[in-house]
Design a protein around this ligand. Structure first.
Ligand SMILES: Cc1cc2nc3c(=O)[nH]c(=O)nc-3n(C[C@H](O)[C@H](O)[C@H](O)COP(=O)(O)OP(=O)(O)OC[C@H]3O[C@@H](n4cnc5c(N)ncnc54)[C@H](O)[C@@H]3O)c2cc1C
Length: 399
């Protein structure tokens, strides 16, 4: 196993580093305060071919392996984890189509993302069904004409205000039953020109095939303010059988496959943030002097910087192992995906919290990036399965 990037991976990493260095880092505090949706960055990332990583070669013309995907997401996250969350969400929504869709479905539902910089949403969480998604109440009911009708409400949905397509998990058969379906709802496409910034507005989509989707006001979040998060309600949305991915009753299995792919990607988001927190803290403490020395030379402060570095390195190793297990299609890939998710989230929270502390009072102001990193970090320990759920998965498998 070679821990160095190969030529291809290096090319991706250098490309994204250039985007981050030129277009994100110098403006990030200003961008975050303005709270405008980062379409220009999404468009550039699309032009560079570093989003829509899960779309297969048969549609996109090239494949991106798991290692490269994690490396790309880590580098975007070094710039901003909100932007990375929005970009990665296309894969969260589309990977189930890549993995379980028919060739026709791949062509129909994935091709638009190759042709234009569009965004997708993955709709799993509901107000009453968070960590325990078996409690969901969204439901597709079969009609006499063979089509289905979807009704239900989802919450905390990334990209919802700008999404051109929604991948939705819902109950099938009986609303109280345990079978879930995975359906894809394409909507009229939205580009930066169509909705440059939704502001505080709701959005209603009247679907040409019947029914409507109502998107709530964007959530006003503690962190990751450059990603968009909103509720999504499906009202009498007509679903043709060819919009159902794979077996109509296998939705729960597909969620597990999506999460096994996505958790290392969230781990990469955590790792990128942890590395950024370490770097800005080293730079700050190397500049500021107290007690006649640079803060980074004061032994107790040096110990903390060392502890931050160790967290980053160990987080990276956990991510490499998870990516390798997934690439190898190992049976126990799931627990390594959970391990990487937890370890990288922990590194992000630790490095941003301790990094803020090492900035003293300045770290508590919005003039320093570390305060934004500390706000951004917490959600990494929550979305795609809270820390306790990852521990539950690991515990269940190892005992
Ligand atoms: C910014 C953001 C973006 C998001 N994007 C998406 C998206 O695109 N699509 C989507 O479907 N969802 C999305 N989510 C939802 C996210 O995945 C959920 O918030 C998360 O899964 C937790 O669900 P919950 O908020 O209902 O918390 P709950 O499930 O109510 O959990 C609350 C707390 O209870 C504890 N807890 C829960 N389960 C256990 C357990 N088994 N053992 C011990 N303790 C436990 C934990 O401390 C947990 O933090 C997003 C959320 C946010 C905030």
């Amino acid at each position: 196993m070679d821990l160095n990037y190969n030529e291809n991976q290096l090319l991706y990493v250098e490309t994204v580093r250039k985007l981050v260095k030129n277009d994100i880092t110098p403006h990030i505090l200003e961008m975050e305060k303005a709270h405008r949706f980062p379409w220009p960055i999404i468009q550039k990332a699309w032009e560079m071919g570093v989003i829509n990583l899960c779309i297969p070669e048969s549609v996109k013309g090239f494949d991106v392996d798991v290692f490269s995907s994690a490396a790309i997401i880590k580098e975007i996250s070094y710039g901003d984890t909100g932007i990375a969350t929005s970009a990665m969400c296309n894969d969260l929504a589309n990977v189930v189509i890549s993995q379980h869709g028919t060739e026709e479905q791949k062509e129909r539902f994935l091709r638009p993302f190759v042709e234009k910089p569009l965004l997708a949403s993955f709709c799993l969480t509901e107000p009453g069904a968070g960590s325990d998604n078996s409690l969901m109440t969204s439901f597709i009911a079969k009609r006499d004409d063979g089509n289905y009708v979807l009704n239900g409400s989802k919450c905390f949905i990334t990209n919802a205000s700008y999404a051109s397509q929604f991948t939705v998990l819902c109950k099938t058969g009986s609303p109280a039953g345990s079978f879930m379906a995975c359906v894809v709802i394409p909507a009229p496409s939205v580009t930066a020109e169509d909705i440059p910034d939704v502001g505080n507005a709701t959005r209603t989509i009247d679907l040409p095939t019947g029914g409507r989707i109502v998107i709530g006001k964007p959530e006003d979040k503690l962190g990751q303010r450059l990603s968009n998060t909103a509720s999504v309600t499906f009202e009498d949305v007509v679903v043709h059988p060819d919009q159902i991915i794979g077996n109509r009753r296998f939705g729960f299995k597909y969620i597990m496959d999506v999460l096994d792919y996505a958790r290392p990607m969230v781990a990469a988001i955590g790792l990128g943030l942890a590395k950024r927190a370490l770097d800005v803290t080293i730079a700050y403490t190397a500049e500021r002097k107290q007690f006649g020395q640079r803060i980074c030379d004061l032994p107790v402060a040096r110990d903390m910087i060392t502890a931050m570095w160790k967290k980053v390195e160990l987080a990276e190793l956990s991510l490499i192992k998870a990516a390798w297990k997934i690439q190898e299609k190992a049976k126990d890939a799931g627990i390594y995906a959970s391990l990487a998710k937890n370890t990288c989230a922990e590194a992000a929270v630790f490095c941003s919290t301790e990094g803020l502390h090492l900035h003293g009072g300045y770290g508590f102001t919005t003039d320093y990036e570390i305060s934004k990193l500390a706000r951004d970090a917490h959600i990494i320990d929550i979305y795609e399965g809270v820390r306790e759920v990852q521990n539950m998965i690991i515990g269940r498998e190892i005992v």
